[in-house]
Write a protein that binds this ligand. Structure first.
Ligand SMILES: [Zn+2]
Length: 345
């Protein structure tokens, strides 16, 4: 199902254009049709930049998740947006994000919105690249909900959200989506202090109905809120347990960790495809095509080309658009050069 060896892909998010950030701060002045037009135009921008870079796989850049109401939490019933975060000033960190109180039975009567996002991408993308959707897994989605009597801890909230995410995956497959990333960065952030087999069990139960219908992948990163990691940046605690994840491809971030633990990709490639983060989304050093060639050659010491995909470390939403554009362009150029060198072009 992979386009060709050494395919180029992305994780999901792409920076908002400046005007979109401005518009999303003034959504109350927009009518519903204005918002729809704004969303379409933003997705056109994200598609344009990705297609121009020459990627094999593109996404909608998550351009439509403009505010609470349009984010996954906005689709959940049984919750309310809590007041302002407890820390509102000072250096940016994840403790400045709001958490939501649970006030009823958790559900998503209108789905999570990913199907509409995918259909918009289908409508606006040119023929050629593979179109990928991404949905957070239930453990990650539970992270900003506050436990209560009915749902006493994060595990209970996760179990309540599992069928919600599962229904979204089935709806995406029904809509013709052939590649889905189920994002569980919280699992990689907390694997060092939890039982990784418990995570695998949750993940596999979530994707079970679509495992044979779509190409499935997951993105294991250590966090990128405002460009900062939050987890203990080690893959070792996850493996070998995570080799049992029911996915076709596992993505790992390597560039901003100076390719520490690169050996892990050999373990993954023995049983499934591996997407390697070779572009540092947290650095404003722009990797040149030569840097990329060097990095792909390093990956090839551990995994064969038919098992390898190349990508940035994480979504690009926290990287300025000018840098995101140049990084993607150089990534594709470098990967193509290696393909040519190996006679795979
Ligand atoms: Zn990430």
């Amino acid at each position: 199902m992979k386009e060709h060896p050494l395919r180029t892909t992305v994780i999901g998010s792409y920076p908002f254009p400046g005007w979109l950030e401005f518009a999303s701060a003034h959504l109350d002045r927009f009518g519903p049709d204005d918002i729809r037009e704004t969303q379409d135009d933003a997705v056109v921008c994200a598609i344009h930049d990705q297609v121009t870079a020459g990627l094999d796989v593109i996404t909608d850049g998550e351009q439509t998740r403009l505010d609470f109401n349009l984010s996954f939490y906005g689709f959940l019933s049984g919750i309310e947006l809590e007041e302002a975060p407890r820390r509102r000033f000072g250096p940016p960190a994840h403790d400045q994000r709001g958490r939501h109180r649970i006030v009823g039975e958790l559900g998503a009567p209108r789905g999570l919105g990913a199907v509409e996002e995918f259909q918009r991408l289908q409508r606006l993308a040119p023929p050629g690249p593979t179109l990928k959707a991404s949905v957070p897994g239930p453990y990650t989605l539970s992270g900003r909900l506050i436990p209560n009597e009915r749902y006493p801890d994060r595990w209970a909230i996760t179990e309540a959200l599992l069928p919600v995410v599962q229904r979204e995956l089935v709806a995406l497959a029904d809509a013709g989506c052939r590649e889905i990333t189920v994002d569980e960065p919280s699992m990689s952030c907390y694997a060092h202090r939890e039982d990784p087999r418990r995570f695998v069990d949750i993940f596999n139960r979530t994707v079970e109905p679509v495992a044979d219908r779509c190409r499935l992948s997951t993105h294991l990163c250590f966090g990128n809120y405002k460009g900062h990691p939050v987890g203990k940046r080690r893959y070792a605690p996850m493996f070998p347990a995570f080799l049992e994840l029911d996915v076709d491809e596992i993505h790992v971030e390597m560039a901003n960790r100076e390719f520490a633990e690169i050996g892990i990709i050999a373990q993954i490639a023995r049983v499934k495809d591996v997407a390697v983060g070779i572009v540092d989304v947290k650095s404003y050093y722009i990797e040149t095509a030569e840097d990329i060639i060097e990095r792909v050659r390093l990956c090839l010491k551990y995994a064969p080309p038919e098992r390898l995909s190349l990508a940035p470390d994480c979504g690009l939403s926290q990287t300025a658009r000018w840098a995101a554009r140049e990084k993607l362009r150089n990534m594709v150029e470098g990967v193509r050069a290696v393909r040519k060198e190996l006679g795979l072009a």
